[in-house]
Design a protein around this ligand. Structure first.
Ligand code: HSE
Length: 429
């Protein structure tokens, strides 16, 4: 059996997991998958990682481009992340005729078109199962077992860090900062957690999923994105009271007027399967015309889960080396427009801090009616020492543009102190 030579760039958490799996399961992979994977080069700028991972000087280098240029290397694994040097590395690896495995969602959601076109033109594999949903096998099934279907929607919980935080905020009433500190201590959140908590990680993932599911290019910039930074424990508690759970949902629906795609905190029915996806777990939910509803579930963050998906891709890339490719990707033939967020129609929850006196609810109701927003329910709780009350509204289905215009006017009413929150409600029927 001819060994397949692997060059690995990036020895962070996931890269370390890949080294560990390639060592621990080398013989099993030979037996079960029929490929002999040899890690021949590994690069990182942090030299301490070489000793930590038992990589000798014949394998280790601080220069990622040396891995790509090494004529021995058959498959380049890019685990550097980001859209800077990683972009150059992936392009250079493909130009050098190497198959590429990457977990880099931001790169593919931004420069996917260029990268897939180059891989196609050269007949090379570019595999990226670990870019979406950590260890969950989702991209493979999308390009194999489910291709008989037209999909009308894909949605899910695709960020483990924020799902862990929301779970703790829901179950233990933690505030955002305490939940984030816990997630960081457990190694889920990055030291700079912006991509996780502000929703960009989830936005890149839903852009990749939507592109594949709808066969139409969607990029990161197409995704209206709102993270969980502004989410207050009070809203999570009100949600529970009315039978809902708050999740950071990434959604894409195929509509008559184009792709409706977005990432934001969402109230979903507490009884829906996605509401019970807790902790660092992710779940991706799809609706196809023949297969019906599907849900894929598993660990969405952490070294082991992502490394498992990367090694799976390495095995597939090794199997197809020199013999054509069945690499996953987006044919993106359909060129569907992206629908403006203002045209979204859904139910909305919002919380106001108002003066507790006669006529306040009527004044708010008048503005809502002027903007064609119909109220479904209202909760008013207590009065604070300074005479203010908290009022929670849930609307019937309304247009986003109308609700935003109404709230802008409500904010200006002199009886309204603040619009404390606005959360979209999805019944996921
Ligand atoms: N940071 C991501 C998450 C994992 O928390 O889900 C990598 O995409």
């Amino acid at each position: 059996m001819k060994p397949i030579k692997i060059g690995l760039i990036g020895l962070g958490t996931v890269g370390g997991g890949v080294v560990e799996i390639l060592k621990a399961h080398h013989d099993d992979i030979v037996r079960h998958a029929g490929v002999d994977l040899q890690l021949v080069r590994a690069a990182d700028t942090n030299e301490a990682r070489f000793a930590q991972l038992g990589l000798g000087p014949d394998v280790a280098t601080t220069d990622g481009f040396a891995v790509i240029a090494d004529p021995e290397v058959d498959v380049v694994v890019e685990l550097v992340g980001g859209t800077g040097i990683a972009h150059k590395m992936v392009i250079e690896a493909l130009k050098a005729g190497k198959s590429v495995v990457t977990a880099n969602k931001a790169l593919l959601a931004t420069h996917g078109e260029e990268i897939f076109a180059l891989a196609d033109a050269r007949g090379l594999d570019i595999r990226f199962e670990a870019a979406v949903g950590g260890g969950i096998p989702i991209l493979g099934p999308l390009t194999h077992s489910t291709t008989a279907n037209e999909f009308s929607r894909v949605l899910g919980i695709v960020n483990g860090t924020t799902n862990y935080m929301l779970t703790r905020m829901t179950e233990a009433g933690l505030d955002f900062d305490t939940a984030l500190k816990e997630a960081q201590d457990l190694g889920y959140a990055e030291a700079d957690p912006t991509a996780d908590v502000d929703g960009y990680d989830a936005a890149a993932k839903i852009a990749i999923l939507a592109s594949m599911v709808f066969n139409s290019r969607v990029t990161l910039n197409d995704v209206p994105t709102q993270g969980i930074r502004e989410l207050a424990p009070a809203d999570i508690a009100y949600a529970a009271e009315i039978g809902y759970t708050v999740k950071l949902l990434a959604l894409a629906n195929k509509t008559d007027s184009g792709i409706d795609i977005r990432v934001h905190p969402t109230m979903i029915p507490a009884k829906h399967q996605l509401a019970s996806v807790d902790g660092v777990y992710n779940a991706i939910y799809l609706t196809g015309d023949f297969v019906g509803d599907l849900m894929f579930f598993g660990e969405g963050a952490g070294a082991g889960a992502a490394a498992s998906a990367v090694v799976g891709d390495i095995v597939e890339a090794a199997r197809t080396l020199g013999g054509g490719t069945d690499a996953i990707g987006c044919t993106c033939t359909d060129n569907l427009p992206i629908r403006a967020l203002d045209d979204l129609v859904c139910r909305y929850y919002f919380r106001l801090i108002v003066a507790d006196r006669a006529g306040v609810i009527a004044a708010v109701a008048r503005v809502l009616a002027d903007h064609r927003v119909s109220m479904q329910s209202l909760i008013q709780r207590g009065t604070t020492a300074d005479g203010m009350a908290e009022v929670v509204y849930v609307t019937h289905a309304a247009r986003e543009g109308d609700i935003q215009a109404a709230l802008a006017e409500i904010r200006e009413l002199d009886v309204v102190s603040s619009v404390a929150s606005l959360i979209r409600v999805e019944d996921l029927a």
